[in-house]
Structure formats: structure tokens, C-alpha cells
Design a protein around this ligand. Structure first.
Ligand code: PBG
Length: 325
């Protein structure tokens, strides 16, 4: 049936009609809020390229987690800024490391929030790479053992889900074995399965003080032109025991999210990364776009592409908008 009998505009006439036929719904239940924790007391250091996002000590972090919870957010992703960095990233798997201390405190003081931890060496190594360096290169197999130790220490301290973001081959299987071998068969793994070598991580690296001191991450993170390779990466992680698979970044890789959604039945997460956040914030500040509308449109696009879960620094802002609806 064609015009004039059929008029698509009939169902767009008011917001009730539009809501009624909306194909995609965004919910606060889908959002995961990434947060940065640092040592000290009463610290709250703004990250200049990410307005509204802070590195904070455990006391202030807990205040913000409570605030996020009140807004309906059910999960946070935790990154640690350690006291000391060294070649082997020792603080990453120390039971008294910043993440481990934070997890224990949060578990004691906040009920019912899902704690996800980022498992990677780069925040803890002096060279800023995501693994152990041997002969000037990141050694895959040697790094696996460290990632397994780090994951176990997070879980022992209270992590509900571990999220390996290092992109070493075989790490999901090794982490699964380590957790199962220690009785943590109920702890889920959210793998950064298709993580691209992206310039969109720039602001995050300022926050985590983790830019690589030599070279770049292209020998382990994925090459942007590839989508079939992303599906192979996701398949491997599922085979090795990943419970949730992630595509990262989100906006420049919506096609990868869509392909992952069509190919697999596992929950698919997408990471709306630091650079995606900063661009919207910057243009908003300049008055070049309506920040709130653009934020909601961006998040909706990620959901529509097929993501079940969205990791986003906009989580609190979006939760506020969603609660007004
Ligand atoms: C650690 C890690 C990174 C991000 C999440 N985990 C940085 C990187 O790989 O360089 C990026 C998050 C963001 O940009 O918001 N490997």
C-alpha cells in the first residue's frame, strides 16, 4: 500500500504514539557506570578531558556509588590508579592493591550493586603496556598467568564479574580455570572480546596515566578495518567460557555490534568509551550541539545496533533523563 492510503506520519503525531511503536527502548537497567579509584582519603581529582568524571579515593567513590544506585544503576566497572607502577604491574594482583581494598570496602558498605573489575596490566605497569614485556614485545603466554592472578585477587576481594581488557590470546580460558580451580565457578567473565586499537581511548589514558611508554597497542588490540576477525575473537572467548562479550569502542563500531548480535546468543555489551564521551561533552560546552539530546541519541544507537548492555560515562546523566520520562 502506498501514499495516499498509507502515511507513515500517522504514527508519529504525538509522543504517546511514538512511544507505543518504539522498536528500541533504553533502560537504566542496561547501563554500567565506569569509575576510577585512587589511593588516599577525601580525594576527588577531576579528569580534565572528561568533565563530570573523577579519580577518587575509596571514601568518595562509595559516596558516588550510593548516588548512582539511587538513580537506579545496577552495575559499576572499576579501574584502579595504583600507588606505584612497576615492570610487572605488581599492585594489580596484590591483595592490598587499590582495587582489592576498594572492593572490600564497597562490599562492606554498599548492598546490591554489581561490581565489575577491569582486568589488565596497563594501569599497573611502568611501561604502560597491557602485559609483560620480553625482548621489547608484550609476551602473550607469560602475561596469562598474571591476568589469572589479578582476576582471582579481584574475586577474592569481592568482584562479582571480571572483565579482561588486555586482548592476550587465550586469557579467558586461563582466567576461567583459575576461578573454577578456586571454587569461584559462579563468578562471570565479561570479556572485552572485540577491542580495537582505537584513538578514542585518549582521555581514558590521561585518567589512568596509562599511555604506552614505547610503541602502541596494535600488536594486541584489533585492527579497525576488520569485522570478520571480531567475530572470530568473540567466538574464541565464548569457547573459552566468556559469559558476556563486549565490543569496544561502540560508536565507530556499530556494525560490529550488529554482527555480534546476529551471530551469537550471548549477551553483548558495548563500551561507549572515553573519547566518545569527551566529544559530546566538548561540543555541548561550546554550544554546538544539544548535549542531552545527543547523549540519548548516541546511547539509543548503540542499543539499536544490538547491544544488551552499555558501559558509559553518561550512565548517571542518562539515568536522570530516563527517570523524567
Ligand atoms: C585497559 C583499558 C582501556 C580502556 C578500558 N580498559 C585503555 C586501553 O586499552 O588503552 C579504555 C576505556 C575508555 O577509553 O573509556 N586496557
Amino acid at each position: 500500500m502506498y501514499f495516499p492510503a498509507y502515511r507513515p506520519r500517522r504514527l508519529r503525531r504525538n509522543s504517546n504514539l511514538r512511544e507505543l511503536i518504539a522498536e528500541t527502548k533504553l533502560s537504566v537497567d542496561d547501563l554500567i557506570y565506569p569509575m576510577f579509584v585512587m589511593p588516599g582519603k577525601n580525594k576527588k581529582v577531576p579528569i580534565s578531558s572528561m568533565p563530570g568524571i573523577y579519580k577518587q579515593s575509596i571514601d568518595n567513590l562509595i559516596k558516588e556509588i550510593r548516588e548512582a544506585k539511587k538513580l537506579g544503576i545496577k552495575a559499576i566497572l572499576l579501574f584502579g590508579i595504583p600507588e606505584h607502577k612497576d615492570e610487572m604491574g605488581t599492585e594489580g594482583y596484590d591483595e592490598n592493591g587499590i582495587i582489592q581494598r576498594a572492593l572490600r570496602e564497597i562490599k562492606k558498605k554498599v548492598k546490591d550493586i554489581i561490581l565489575i573489575t577491569d582486568v589488565c596490566m596497563c594501569e599497573y605497569t611502568s611501561h604502560g603496556h597491557c602485559g609483560i614485556i620480553k625482548d621489547g614485545d608484550v609476551d602473550n603466554d607469560e602475561t596469562l598467568e598474571y591476568l589469572a592472578r589479578m582476576s582471582l585477587s579481584h574475586v577474592q576481594a569481592g568482584a562479582d564479574i571480571v572483565a579482561p581488557s588486555d586482548m592476550m590470546d587465550g586469557r579467558v580460558g586461563v582466567i576461567r580455570d583459575e576461578l573454577d580451580g578456586n571454587g569461584y565457578h559462579n563468578t562471570a567473565i565479561m570479556s572485552y572480546a572485540a577491542k580495537y586499537a582505537s584513538a578514542f581511548y585518549g582521555p581514558f589514558r590521561e585518567a589512568a596515566e596509562s599511555p604506552p611508554q614505547f610503541g602502541d597497542r596494535r600488536s594486541y588490540q584489533m585492527d579497525p578495518p576488520n569485522v570478520r576477525e571480531a567475530l572470530r575473537e568473540i567466538e574464541l572467548d565464548i569457547e573459552e567460557g566468556a559469559d558476556i562479550v563486549m565490543v569496544k569502542p561502540a560508536l565507530p563500531y556499530l556494525d560490529v555490534i550488529r554482527a555480534a548480535r546476529e551471530e551469537f546468543d550471548h549477551p553483548v555489551a558495548a563500551y561507549n568509551v572515553s573519547g566518545e564521551y569527551s566529544m559530546v561533552k566538548a561540543a555541548g560546552k561550546l554550544g554546538w550541539i544539544d548535549e542531552e539530546l545527543v547523549m540519548m541519541e548516541v546511547l539509543m544507537s548503540i542499543k539499536r545496533a544490538g547491544a544488551d548492555l552499555i558501559l558509559t560515562y553518561f550512565a548517571k546523566d542518562a539515568a536522570k533523563v530516563l527517570s523524567r520520562k
